[in-house]
Design a protein around this ligand. Structure first.
Ligand SMILES: C[S@@+](CC[C@H](N)C(=O)[O-])C[C@H]1O[C@@H](n2cnc3c(N)ncnc32)[C@H](O)[C@@H]1O
Length: 370
């Protein structure tokens, strides 16, 4: 493990802690999942603030995990670090014998460790081999994508994941260049992109290669497919009263998050029915009003925070107040006591989920704050 070049400043840290606190502060021991552990900035703050909370930290990057392990050494007795993609969360929880959790954080995208490491190939501003894999132990590199994808596939990736207006022109430039020589470095790719974009457009919207690099990174790591599966699974893993916070840095991630939360915060029953039928109410309530943005002070201090969008939700029991609700509530408390009494019950198969998983409303202006 090399020395860290610079530090990763956790984004919207105070707001994340504030949103997670009511779930993690509940009586007994609680469990928090950091699905994107990175350099463990958020995780360390959670462990410091909640002495009875056990952390399960996931990252697909073994180097990030090594740094996080060192940083969290003083909390070793209540930390489980796992090399996994976050859509593997259900299997990770199964393996640890954890039936349900109280808090979950997703802080999406790349860490400054990945951006700053010279050999990782994420940064257009630094010459490096075209790799871009978050997990360097497996998968396809950006070099393979750039040198083997067809023109339509390259253009689709750049347009969809990079929202790149000149996707077709950039794809053509890549195809032309690779017929001459294989493209192997970030510097050569950045140069090609720059040349392919018309001069007037180069003067706006940041570095011309920024969108292409983002698109390739998302494609290489299959980031959106993993997120699409991971979000509903994470919501399923929460206890009633459990909370999830998601920090997204580009619009496709934020749209997926919004959709996953909308699915659980809307009603399911017939719209024209005057009363809500049991099992058809929302199973989550939004804690954020739309997507929350960072303040100016944070963006000035930490430019990485500029594009962040925060969304958060809490699991509720829609039937707690209805006939049968009291019984369900007693069951919930009994199971919860078991869960808390023994910390992390190994091999337990108890399911803490008492609310049905389906709900239906889309309006994300319904957030009520924490
Ligand atoms: C923005 S950083 C997290 C920083 C962290 N919150 C901190 O305070 O240090 C994102 C991390 O998530 C990891 N990551 C991204 N996609 C992942 C996925 N699908 N599964 C697991 N880890 C992922 C990356 O490797 C990176 O280390």
């Amino acid at each position: 493990m090399g020395e860290l070049r610079g530090t990763h400043v956790p984004v919207l840290l105070e707001r994340c802690l504030e949103l997670l606190a009511p779930a993690l502060d509940r009586p007994g021991s609680t469990v928090h999942v950091d699905a994107t552990l990175g350099l463990a900035g958020h995780a360390e703050a959670v462990l410091e603030a909640h002495p009875r909370t056990t952390l399960i930290g996931l990252d697909r990057d073994t180097e990030a995990l090594a740094h996080a392990r060192a940083r969290l050494a003083r909390f070793a007795d209540r930390v489980h670090l796992v090399h996994a993609v976050y859509d593997e969360l259900p299997e990770v929880l199964d393996r640890l014998g954890v039936p349900a959790v109280d808090g979950i954080l997703f802080d999406l995208g790349v860490s400054s460790l990945q951006l700053d490491e010279p050999d990782r190939g994420f940064a257009y501003a630094r010459d490096a081999p075209l790799d871009m894999r978050m997990d360097q132990t497996r998968g396809t590199t950006a070099e393979e994508v750039v040198n083997t994808y067809s023109h339509p596939d390259l253009a689709r990736v750049l347009r969809t994941y990079g929202e790149e207006r000149f996707a077709g022109r950039i794809a053509s430039a890549i195809i032309r260049e690779r017929q001459r020589a294989r493209i192997t470095s970030t510097a050569r790719l950045a140069e090609l992109v720059q040349e392919a974009i018309p001069a007037p457009a180069r003067r706006t919207g940041g570095h011309p290669a920024k969108r292409t690099f983002q698109a390739l990174r998302i494609e290489v790591n299959k980031e959106l497919a993993a997120l699409e599966t991971a979000l509903p699974a994470a919501l399923d893993a929460l206890t009633v009263g459990g909370r999830m916070v998601v920090l997204s840095y580009q619009s496709l991630e934020d749209r997926l998050t919004k959709a996953a939360l909308a699915e659980r915060t809307r009603r399911q029953g017939p719209v024209d029915l005057p009363v809500e039928l049991p099992g058809t109410g929302p199973t989550f309530r939004l804690l954020s009003r739309g997507a929350e943005l960072p303040g100016e002070t944070e963006v000035t201090a930490n430019p990485r925070a500029a594009s962040v969008r925060l969304r958060a939700a809490e699991r509720i029991d829609p039937d707690a107040e209805r006939p049968g609700g009291a019984e369900r509530e007693r069951y919930r408390r009994r199971v919860r006591a078991m869960h808390q009494g023994v910390g992390l019950p190994k091999g337990s198969t108890v399911d803490l989920r008492v609310a049905p998983d389906d709900g239906t409303t889309t309006d994300d202006e319904e957030g009520e704050g924490s």
